[in-house]
Design a protein around this ligand. Structure first.
Ligand code: GDP
Ligand code: IMO
Ligand code: MG
Length: 410
């Protein structure tokens, strides 16, 4: 049976406001599933006076009755997972059997974080600016077939064998190449066996779970982390993350057929930001860039780092629309542009990579909290139409503030 499922994906370099949009649209779905990445993600959800930061757990967890899946394509740090669970529970969120973790997802171990840190430090000026959480090294272990999967946490003998062999190789790298301290395998085996006992009840075959849910007519929302330009294949390599953030990653990262991805909503910030190093053709290093950072509160949810800021680059958004087959866009943070007299937009690139620009008039009227498209000033409506025309994709949502209720649905 064909159910109607929706993917919500970042169309830029992450932090587009995916968390807010997933939360907003959750009601229509039974399951919210993450398919890639780990706690490098930071998704903010706000409504009324509530404020939640999510890293590993899909934003659907805030909605009672929704099942949240951490798919096989993810890399999961059990310590970070339990810290997130504890924090959410402190905020009154119920996390019981509404959380399901793939037995095949890979585990981020202390040695992965140690390697990420050692590499970034050794790279000096050349560093990627990773979140230093061990994401890349954990995916490397997976691909080199030395990884520890979540199911391995439930069996001490298997865990011991895998950790000992992995640590032997990685400690050699850490100590001899990077001159860093080794990580003790015994400590990892002891601690992670314990963590496995706590996490165990959530670990399951999520491929079967999703299949059965779809066969019953259940609807799934696929929650993306990061964004198309951070995709390991299609992003600004090597300044990317180590997973497939575009729609292609959903099928492998959850074990669902590509045809089950029936709608794809791309989340686009009304300007551009990026955290970490790498190319950013529309970056602003002037007062306007500083203005976007302070007005947009552009500081990382995960690491607190100031985000780099710049004009909207519609050429990259158009590429993201194509790569993921986006069927609609959600434009976020329109309100951040409210005070600007003039707004520049990159609308294309010539074959040599030179950008073509369009300058449009700002609206210089508050749009914060507006809920109807027709209430937007004319210049703001034109800005949205420029995005639609340039990207060849309709804008179905416009976000005018961080809160759930500050949204225009078209
Ligand atoms: P994600 O990683 O894509 O989920 O995005 P983040 O949560 O890391 O970053 C987006 C930030 O912008 C968060 O602090 C949101 O609360 C905030 N935000 C989302 N939509 C809007 C909006 O329309 N206007 C404003 N001013 N802030 C927004
Ligand atoms: P959300 O889901 C923005 C960036 C890092 C770095 C690069 C590689 O909140 O949009 P990694 O630790 O993944 O190996 O770092 O990717 N990065 C993000 N930037 N938002 C994110 O997630 C990111 N996750 C990773 O800053 O440049
Ligand atoms: Mg984020």
């Amino acid at each position: 049976m064909q159910t109607r499922n929706l993917a919500v994906l970042g169309a830029q370099w992450g932090d587009e406001g995916k968390g807010k949009i997933v939360d907003l649209l959750c009601d229509d779905f039974d399951i919210v599933a993450r398919f890639q990445g780990g706690h490098n993600a930071g998704h903010t959800v706000k409504f009324g006076a509530e404020h939640y930061s999510l890293h590993l757990i899909p934003s659907g967890i805030l909605h009672p009755g929704k099942t949240c899946v951490l798919g096989n394509g993810m890399v999961i740090d059990p310590v970070a997972l339990l810290a997130e669970v504890a924090k959410l529970r402190d905020q009154g969120v119920v996390i019981e059997d509404n959380l399901r973790i793939s037995s095949a997802a890979h585990c981020i171990l202390p040695i992965h974080a140690a390697l990420d840190q050692a590499r970034e430090t050794a790279a000096g000026e050349e560093q990627i600016g990773t979140t230093r959480r061990g994401i890349g090294p954990a995916y490397e272990s997976k691909m080199s077939r030395h990884g520890v999967q979540m199911a391995d946490l439930l069996d001490e003998k298997t865990l011991r064998k895998k950790v000992e062999s992995l640590y032997e190789e990685k400690n050699a790298l850490l100590t001899r190449l990077y001159r860093a301290d080794p990580v003790d395998p015994e400590e990892t085996i002891r601690r992670y066996t314990e963590l496995g006992e706590t996490i165990g009840p959530w670990i399951t075959d999520t491929v079967a779970l999703l299949r059965e849910a779809m066969e019953r007519g259940g609807r799934i929302m696929f929650e993306g982390a990061q964004g198309a330009l951070l995709d390991v294949d299609h992003g600004t390599y090597p300044f990317v993350t180590s997973s497939s953030c575009c729609a292609g990653g959903i099928a492998t990262g959850l074990g669902v057929p590509p045809s089950s991805i029936t709608e794809v909503l791309g989340v686009v910030k009304a300007y551009t930001t990026r955290v970490g190093s790498g190319p950013f053709p529309t970056e602003l290093s002037d007062r306007t860039g500083e203005y976007l950072r302070s007005r947009g509160n552009e500081f990382g949810t995960t690491t607190g780092r100031p985000r780099r800021t710049g004009w909207l680059d519609l050429d990259i958004v158009r590429k993201s629309v194509y790569l993921s087959g986006m069927t609609a866009l959600a434009v976020t943070k329109l309100d951040v542009l409210d005070e600007l007299e003039r707004i520049e937009v990159a609308i294309g690139r010539d074959p040599s990579g030179e950008l073509s620009w369009k300058t449009v008039d700002g609206w210089q009227t508050p749009t914060v909290s507006l809920k109807r498209f027709d209430d937007l000033p004319e210049q703001a409506r034109d800005y949205i139409r420029l995005i639609e025309d340039t990207c060849g994709c309709p804008v179905s949502i416009v976000s005018t503030g961080p809160r759930r209720e500050e949204t225009i649905l078209r």
